[in-house]
Design a protein around this ligand. Structure first.
Ligand code: DSN
Length: 415
């Protein structure tokens, strides 16, 4: 990117912006929630719409001058409906967490009960962690994955629901590598008279492309982020049926937010348009194929892969068996030194602190955007193992770093 204007008024920020561009170009982005949006999405997000207030919804705004904001928001809505097949879509949430907040606000009273997956088993802060508003405003109980298989313990979930009688069951996860049985969870919700929120933040793109089964039309509410696997402008989205449309719209605005971030909604519209092109299906399938190869490569080296593999875009490794003295945070640091950027993650049955947990999580969306295929991903898997296994050997880290530089050059970003 060219930051000529920024540089002329603010060299310090221009330096940091250029630094970030170089960092993204010269490292392997394997944080499972990240991706590289197109230049078109970047341009839309950087547009003059950042100047515009447009409280309300298309055709029903509280300010004048919203004709282009209306066009853009309606395009984002229409494209989202086509991508996910939803009856009603709200594209205004500033983030996935705020999308979730709007669903809780639309359906629950403070003190109502939420049943969701434990954070250390792959859940998300906004599903009920005590440090998040959800854990403080609502009564939360949490289900887990089966300790033997690493898959959601659907029977345990049903038993907990019978006993706890939740008002809301949350499915959809941040560090769960397997396909989710939305219908099974919906049946449990129906049995106990609870709403069902499916948070597909991580897998929006896989669901849109048919690479993961869809909860749209199954769960009462589906939320997501728009900048992860779907690769559109940054923010969140809520999908629901006509029945809940007004409640959700009122819960987003004025319930939880003021002016929508129209520049980000422009980025959503552009990214959704790109995802409607046939190539996006190939991209999403490649993301999943690459994750499977990464998982197999890890397993061949002796890493313990949680659940024994993946059906999605991410692989979760529990380091306790193969590298008992290496916490995930230390592995993350060594990998970052070699130019491989991923995150330490808690694992089911976590025994360490969340600040330096027992696992690492690796995702393939961003590398797949750069054109990494199965062969290239297998090599990345080898490099990750090499660094983890030699995390205190500077010579090995330097050698891997050189190879990472070459891989980045072979797969340029924003040519
Ligand atoms: N920060 C995201 C993730 O990494 O999973 C979730 O919000």
């Amino acid at each position: 990117m060219n930051y000529e204007q920024v540089r002329s008024v603010d060299p310090a920020v221009a330096d940091a912006l250029e630094g970030e561009d170089s960092r993204q170009e010269g490292t392997l982005a394997m944080i499972a929630s990240e991706n590289h949006v197109s230049k078109a999405v970047l341009e839309a997000q950087g547009s003059a719409l950042t100047n515009k207030y447009a409280e309300g919804y298309p055709g029903k705004r509280y300010y004048a001058g919203c004709e282009y904001a209306d066009d853009i928001e309606q395009l984002a809505i229409d494209r989202a409906k086509e991508l996910w097949g939803a009856e009603h879509v709200n594209v205004q949430p500033h983030s996935g967490t705020q999308a979730n907040q709007s669903v809780y606000f639309a359906t629950l009273e403070p003190g109502d009960k939420i049943l969701s997956l434990d954070l250390t088993h792959g859940g998300h802060l906004s599903h009920g962690h005590p440090a998040n508003f959800v854990g403080q405003f609502y009564e939360v109980e949490q289900y887990e994955v089966d300790p033997e298989t690493g898959y959601i313990d659907y029977e345990g979930l049903a038993e907990m629901a019978d006993e706890f009688e939740p008002d809301m069951i949350v499915s959809g996860y941040s560090a769960y590598p397997r396909e989710v049985e939305w219908e099974t969870i919906q049946d449990v919700a129906d049995d106990v008279g609870a709403y069902h929120l499916a948070d597909i933040a991580h897998i929006t793109g896989l669901v849109a492309a048919g690479a993961h089964r869809s909860p749209v039309g199954v769960a009462d509410f589906v939320t997501g982020s728009t900048h992860k696997t779907i690769r559109a402008g940054r923010g969140g989205i809520v999908m629901t049926s006509e029945e809940h449309a007004d409640d959700i719209d009122n819960a987003v605005f004025p319930g939880g937010q003021g002016g929508p971030l129209m520049h980000n909604i422009a980025g959503k519209a552009v990214g959704f348009g790109e995802a409607l092109e046939p190539e996006f299906e190939e991209y999403a399938q490649q993301v999943v194929d690459n994750a499977e190869v990464l998982s197999d490569t890890f397993a061949d080296h002796g890493f313990e892969v949680v659940s024994g593999g993946t059906d999605t875009h991410l692989v979760l490794v529990d380091l306790r068996e193969s590298h008992p003295d290496l916490p995930g945070g230390d592995a993350e640091d060594a990998l970052a030194e070699a130019g491989i950027v991923l995150n330490a993650n808690t694992v089911p049955g976590e025994t360490r602190s969340p600040f330096n947990p027992s696992g690492i999580r690796a995702g393939t969306p961003a590398l797949t955007t750069r054109g990494f295929d199965e062969e290239a991903i297998a090599e990345v898997g080898d490099l990750i193992y090499k660094v983890v296994d030699n995390h205190d050997d500077e010579a090995v880290i330097a050698e891997v770093s050189e190879r990472v530089d070459e891989l980045c050059d072979e797969h340029p970003l924003y040519e």
